[in-house]
Ligand binder design. Structure first.
Ligand code: ATP
Ligand code: ATP
Ligand code: MG
Ligand code: MG
Ligand code: MG
Length: 264
């Protein structure tokens, strides 16, 4: 209680609350992962181990923070939607951003050896993090559509670029030149006519990114329970949720209509 004469400095810390009743999107992105992926010899265009590690860290984050209702990941980034009414850390911005970023980064490092058993970490990876507030459901739908459209644009470019290099024998400079100014249709055409690759046959993981959702799991009933015990258990038990990574479209209505993500 007894404040020292120095304690006044605490008052220089300004509150940084996030507006109540708005949707929070928290996004993190690997810092200088162009270099990190080079130094750790990620395969191109998509290193499956690296994507699985990102997905795993995202699942761990969602296990730790029940207020995260949706995750979306591609490349070295992940976005997370918090439920509108969350009071996580009293909605203090720095507290939320720094703690979530730190937790995700620790998981990334902790589980690195599981996903890269033959390739030790050469230096500590870091991620930047931010929270953006959105007023309504439309903006949230458009936010996730923006990220998934980005996944598609990048993946189509990278797939074509690396086909030109790895199978077409072009240098990276030549491949950049070949693709300069091309539209999607032309990239699809290059893939199909020169490399017999039908873009739509590529693993949806790469085309759609990773969508992390909570699914309610019905509680198993104990076989020798009386009706009354069952009723009581049902009342008491919170529905258990499982955290799944799927690779589906989140731009059209179906994904959102099938789930209650934007409620609460
Ligand atoms: P910044 O610090 O500004 O984010 P950055 O180098 O991380 O810079 P990004 O735009 O985030 O730039 O791009 C990340 C890069 O990391 C990609 O361009 C790609 O080269 C590489 N990368 C990330 N994940 C993978 C993966 N799973 N497989 C292959 N390459 C990857
Ligand atoms: P920062 O230094 O703040 O991270 P950034 O340019 O990396 O700046 P991000 O907010 O991290 O911007 O953007 C994420 C991704 O969105 C980028 O990797 C890029 O693909 C895309 N992007 C960035 N700025 C724009 C923009 N103005 N319009 C459309 N897409 C953008
Ligand atoms: Mg960035
Ligand atoms: Mg990055
Ligand atoms: Mg990135």
């Amino acid at each position: 209680m007894a404040g020292s004469k120095y304690q006044y400095v605490k008052n220089f810390e300004l509150p940084d609350p996030l507006l109540p009743g708005t949707f929070m999107v928290y996004r993190l992105d690997g810092h200088s992962f162009h270099r990190f992926s080079d130094e750790h010899e990620f395969s191109k265009p998509n290193d499956l181990r690296a994507l699985r590690l990102m997905d795993h860290a995202a699942q761990k984050l969602m296990e730790e923070y029940p207020d995260i209702v949706l995750g979306f990941g591609e490349s070295d980034e992940y976005s997370f939607l918090l439920r509108k009414s969350t009071s996580l850390y009293n909605r203090r911005q720095s507290k939320i951003v720094s703690t979530l970023t730190s937790y995700f980064t620790s998981c990334y490092v902790l589980y690195w050896p599981t996903f890269f058993p033959d390739s030790p970490l050469r230096y500590p990876p870091s991620f930047d993090g931010r929270v953006v507030l959105y007023p309504g459901e439309k903006e949230i739908r458009d936010y996730f559509a923006w990220r998934q459209a980005d996944t598609h644009i990048n993946n189509l470019y990278n797939t074509t670029f690396w086909a030109l290099v790895q199978q077409g024998g072009e240098t990276t400079t030549q491949a950049h030149a070949t693709l300069r100014g091309t539209i999607s249709k032309e990239k699809n055409e290059i893939l199909f006519s020169r490399f017999q690759i039908n873009y739509n046959d590529i693993d949806p993981r790469y085309r759609k990114g990773s969508v992390v959702v909570r699914t309610e799991v019905p509680e198993e009933e104990a076989p020798d329970e009386t009706e009354q015990q069952k009723k009581k258990a049902k009342k008491k038990a919170k529905p258990r949720t499982r955290i799944d990574v799927i690779h589906c479209d989140i731009i059209k209505d179906q994904f959102w209509n099938e789930r209650r993500i934007l409620e609460e």
